[in-house]
Design a protein around this ligand. Sequence first.
Ligand code: CGF
Length: 828
Amino acid sequence: SLGERRAKAEKMFGLMDGFLKNDPMSLQKDILDHVEYTVARSRFNFDDFEAFQALSHSVRDRLIERWHDTHQHFKKQDPKRLYFLSLEFLMGRSLSNSVINLGIRDEYAEALSQLGFEYEVLAEQEGDAALGNGGLARLSACQMDSLATLDYPVWGYGLRYQYGLFRQVIVDGYQHEQPDYWLNFGNPWEIERIQVSYSVKFYGMVEEKASNGVKYKVWTPGETVEAVAYDNPIPGYGTRNAINLRLWAAKPSGQYDLESYNTGDYINAIVNRQKAETISYVLYPDDRSYQGKELRLKQQYFFVSASVQDIIRRFKDVHDNFDEFPDKVAFQINDTHPSLAIVEVLRVLIDEECLDWGKAWEIVCRAFSFTTHTVNTEGLEKIPVDLLGSLLPRHLQIMYDINHRFMEDLKRKIGQDYSRLERMSIVEEGIVKSIRMANLSIICSHTVNGVSRVHFELLKTRLFKDFYDLWPQKFQYKTNGVTQRRWIVVSNPGLCSLISKWLGTEAWIRNVDLLAGLREHASNPVLQQEWRMTKTINKMRLADYIETSTGVKVSLDAMFDVQVKRIHEYKRQLLNILGIIYRYDCIKNMNKSDRKKVVPRVCIIGGKAAPGYEVAKKIIKLCHAVADKVNNDDDVGDLLKVVFIPDYNVSVAELVIPGSDLSQHISTVGHEASGTGSMKFLMNGCLLLATADGSTVEIIEEIGVENMFLVGTKLHEDPQSGDKPAPGVSIQFIRVVSMVRNGYFGFKEYFNSLCDSLEDDKDFYKLGADFSSYLEAQAMADRVFVNKEKWTCMSILSTAGSGKFSSDRTIEEYAKHAWGIEPCKCPF
Ligand code: CGF
């Protein structure tokens, strides 16, 4: 009875001695217990890494308490829940984020110091969880932080790759990739749930059967793999809520291939079972396209099928009528990578729950919201029909059914406009007949979201114009955001305290709009002085890191000018390098007295190139070749240093961003859907040198164009951007390109193709056209940098104007306008 259960619960709680305590003595005891019983080391003899492990387990215990309570609370309240599906989550490190969100960082620091350890040193022991490539994946991580903080009832779902994004190693200036076996030393944050597992089916065949005159389909799989859940608690800040990120790992199925065992082929039967695990082995390292790979499709379906089974099981625990499904379940599809979920839900409702098509279709269309991160048609995901038909035969049938109904309906609406019908079809005819995952997602979702206003315009007018004309009400945008907890509080503690001091409150950590309050102090010399001091400390940290990771010593007086992000032609790291060459050439041609007027710079570039992306790899090599020449030139000395930071990842970003003075976001207009790096720099008071692309347009509105350095033409002045060759170029541009072409930096042959790509008619990304404007913006940055008061004022105003770019705002917009969910706050 209820009374009995309550009495039992109370007794258990009494035995537990209440919640874990957070005073330094209790924390010390917990840490030592974990050293002894979890890490299995003597509490009198353990090193920093073992101390980190014990510390993490002690933090995890506290996380688990909240996480349990949150789930009990969600269960009791049974609100509409959001299920956030993403194939990538770039979480980085968890320790500091967790102790800060739990509000016990200082207590831990004190407890550790009494044990003779330094918190910061232990925090450095943690490796990054790099289960993602770039912007999209880090966005998912930021959004999870906001969802937890804002008390939304949410589950995240993804894949637990054993190998995360490759490690970048630079040898002689060339990128090499090394596997990131991040689980090598265990992962203290996850909880393996061996009892939560689902069978996922692949291949096989579909038969039509009938019973009492009703036809139905039966899918007999050719292979079954088990998905096992690994749970990762995500704590909110300033709340007791902690939500769950459930990642799936592939394990051999419990069902045995009796045939092989019976024929005595025991060893091979075991080996074949083990192959199942490869599904979740490795993350695909390309952040823009994943066309037509069988393993990739298997990963997508594996994660989608397990998640959908889990979600439907949870729904059915409480409800027995699927009419209620869309009022209790909201799906968020992070790009098209999880879009098979749409078809999977339809399949389960029709084939397993025996709903008719009309009912199942209505449910699906009310449940799914889709966000696209892509700007051009080539980036859209397509899956060859042959591949789909073999791996997921029933799903292909359902896709054809959806398409048939959609086409019939469309014909009634638009008549015989065959070319439009062809463009909007889910099925692309051609040499390789394929399924267009974006079309499928748009047709079946209630909302289609862009990631910035500019992106939304591109969706409406170019990428999905046909769909927009049909269903304008479906299209929305929610400009991306990043979490200030990670990007200021964790990574820039000095700035965090300074902001709180001047605002007189820490409330901005949950309500970031309060940062605007800094505006009134922007010219105050005392704040300016403290602001510069904080920056200098961060620059010292970064300078140390540069020296240890690259061997280059840099001067703190120089402007730290940074471009860190994935290496892509459209992001134009090459434009930056050509600008550096120009600067170098100018210094070389100056007399001694003119050199005295040069503003010293440290040009910092970092980022990974997809392993098969040759041009991007050449850009990395060119950066090193230029660095070699410049850094060893005595004429130049500290006036210019060039640094390539290897293996750029989340924890490196946490160090680089706070220590930057200037940051570059110079994509060719019309190519960056949003961009989120710029938002992190902005929050940290770094001045932006940027093109009016993606979310930068909105940043400019928030901080004012006078507080940044704008490069190039604006999108609205160039409606054909990206599609036509660049106009005439300057003499400076011709000169710097010819320096590379003529072997001034060595490797003449190797860089030939890079130089060819900059010729007038081939300069697709318009480096030539934007070069003069780029140099002007750089010259302006130099002029302002020497005026410390002006620079600091612009820097303060950048932070003050960054409130809009918090993922808290993004999530509130999604909750209201796409998902229809309400906060469900766990009582303290
Ligand atoms: O998503 C991106 C990024 N490369 O991951 N695209 N994807 N996929 C866009 O290119 C960025 O502009 C965007 O900020 C990011 C997150 O929406």
